[in-house]
Design a protein around this ligand. Structure first.
Ligand code: PLP
Length: 391
């Protein structure tokens, strides 16, 4: 990964670095397009094969049949495109967790405004204990929050701010028993490529992913898994020739499968790049094996923060995946004397150590991935402690 040559990197939840073979695959695909076309009878089968092969690789990763997968540009469009095509009615309620990404929340707000719907909040950000107690609390709170008007629940699989995992299959089971049954939209930005996803992707109505974070694929290509129920009851929203069952016939109707949510021309080399990154990840073991490696390093970081006189992790137990969020302990210093998370990001950046700050809750977040070395975690911890002492 060329990006890792000159820095110590902890922003995998923001964007994963591209491995050299993926960069090569992207370039090779671009060259092949020029060689065969770019617009010719011989390039079309190549393009179609490249897309189909990626869909087929992704299906077992997500535990859903390929017909339920649509390629998108990113997580946000994967959430929004199917969401806006659902049969909404005035008075419906959208129940959104308090740990969702601002883009998804804003899209829900606009949707609610257009249809005269209400928004309600499901608190999950304060669930900082072990995954089992988080699961019990989510289910109990959800049970209390659901009303006969609730038509949508929005919940991330892995919370981008606290790093807590959400019990998506159990949430789906609970929603299944409700009449009318609310839709379940799952933001999988942080789980795709870091957690095993079968069960969760299959249980959700919309499970929206991107290749450019934990899968270390190129930015600009995502995938969304949609349910059979959504395909039966939802309408396509942004329609283009790729949505059509016969791309040259406007009257042919949209695809019966999830491809109805694909729109038009997109960047084929990104498909080759993601295919290669997924292959490289698969070479590192099963999803469970990979998560175990990710957790080895996140545990090391979490333990180092626990032991630090200056920093404390948000989670009270070892992280369930690779996201480790933390704040200053405060100690003898008042809040105004402590460096802000943004100032810490800049100070660490000057030492070529990259992590990020978050606003809600105000904290720092470092992600560990398969390629994170124990020495890098030690280096981060010592620099964090040093900067806190200097402040
Ligand atoms: C939880 C979550 N949702 C959505 C997004 C937006 O991702 P994208 O740019 O792929 O739409 C991010 C990006 O950081 C995220 O962490």
């Amino acid at each position: 990964m060329p990006a890792l040559a000159n820095k110590v990197y902890f922003n995998y939840g923001g964007q994963g670095p591209l491995p050299t073979p993926s960069l090569v695959a992207i370039q090779h695909c671009w060259e092949t397009i020029q060689e065969l076309g770019p617009f010719s009878e011989v390039v079309f089968p190549y393009a179609s094969r490249t897309i189909t092969e990626l869909r087929q690789r992704l299906a077992p990763w997500l535990g859903v049949p390929p017909q339920r997968l649509a390629f998108t540009e990113n997580v946000s469009s994967g959430c929004v495109l199917p969401l806006w095509g659902l049969p909404w009615q005035q008075g419906d309620q959208l129940l959104i967790s308090d740990a969702e990404h601002p883009g998804v929340v804003a899209a829900c707000r606009e949707l609610a405004q257009r249809h005269g719907m209400e928004l309600a909040s499901l608190p999950v950000q304060d669930l900082l204990a072990d995954s089992d107690s988080a699961k019990a609390a989510v289910l109990e709170r959800l049970e209390r929050a659901l009303t006969p008007q609730t038509r949508l629940v929005v919940l991330s699989h892995l919370l981008w701010n606290t790093g807590q995992v959400m019990p998506i299959p159990e949430v789906a089971t609970l929603l299944q028993s409700r009449r009318p049954r609310p839709w379940l939209l799952v933001d999988a930005a942080q789980s795709f490529g870091s957690l095993p996803m079968e069960g969760a992707a299959d249980a959700a109505d919309i499970y929206a992913c991107t290749g450019h974070k934990w899968c270390c694929g190129p930015e600009g290509l995502g995938v969304v898994a949609v349910s059979e129920r959504l395909l039966a009851e939802g309408r396509p929203t942004l329609i283009g020739w790729r949505s059509l069952s016969q791309e040259t016939q406007a009257g042919s109707g949209v695809h019966a499968d999830a491809r109805r949510f694909e729109v038009a021309t997109s960047c084929l080399p990104l498909f080759a790049g993601l295919q290669c990154s997924l292959q490289l990840l698969a070479g590192q073991g099963s999803a469970e094996d990979r998560l175990a490696l990710i957790r080895e390093r996140s545990l090391q970081l979490w333990q180092g923060l626990q032991a630090s006189p200056h920093w404390q992790p948000l989670l009270e137990v070892a992280p369930p995946a690779g996201l480790v969020s933390f704040t200053g302990r405060g100690g003898s210093k008042s809040a105004s004397q402590q460096p802000s998370p943004r100032a810490m990001v800049s100070a660490l950046g000057q030492k070529s150590i990259w992590l990020r700050s978050l606003e809600s809750p105000a904290c720092l977040r470092a992600c560990t991935h398969l390629v994170t070395r124990a020495s890098e975690v030690d280096h981060l911890l010592s620099q964090l402690n040093r900067l806190a002492e200097l402040a």
